[in-house]
Design a binder for this molecule. Structure first.
Ligand SMILES: [Zn+2]
Length: 156
């Protein structure tokens, strides 16, 4: 199985419980050492993003906070908080499913992962994955429709 498909599986777990569907998987030496999906609402925690959860699990798995040589597969471009955590964890390579035009911190809005002012460099592999893109756009489309429907119902 492709690792981005595994990250998508994680993202769908978030979707099932009404979270913004984002999933992340960390691989080292061809082994999954950490994975996670967005749990912000469930945990009522602003830091419970898929990437942070995956990093924490990976560090626990290998017993070190240094994830040198590890690669992350994530369905959506990380936000500034997660991009910073990815730098701090020393993850070597980042495979990104699709762009995040609102919060993307790997080049779409700002670039934290390759930034000479903070001396960061991570190899980025853009996957242009249609499933990743569809998952997130469908989620927000449905949210908007729900809101419209709610307003309609409330007017009656
Ligand atoms: Zn994030």
């Amino acid at each position: 199985m492709n690792y981005i498909d595994l990250a998508l599986e994680e993202a769908r777990k978030a979707l099932e419980i009404g979270e913004i569907p984002v999933g992340a998987v960390i691989v080292k030496d061809n082994k999954v050492i950490g994975k996670g999906y967005n749990l912000k609402e469930y945990r009522k925690s602003v830091i419970a993003h898929a990437e942070i959860i995956a990093i924490e699990e990976a560090c626990k798995t290998i017993g070190d906070w240094r994830l040198n040589g590890a690669e992350m597969y994530v369905t959506l471009e990380p936000c500034p908080m997660c991009a910073s955590a990815i730098i701090q964890s020393r993850i070597s390579r980042l495979h990104i499913g699709t762009f995040n035009k609102d919060m993307g911190a790997c080049g779409s809005v700002i670039d934290i992962v390759n930034n000479r002012y903070i001396n960061s460099y991570i190899h980025i592999n853009w996957l242009y994955n249609e499933e990743c893109s569809k998952l997130i756009t469908d989620f927000f489309k449905n949210k908007r429709n729900e809101k419209k429907l709610y307003k309609k119902v409330m007017k009656k």
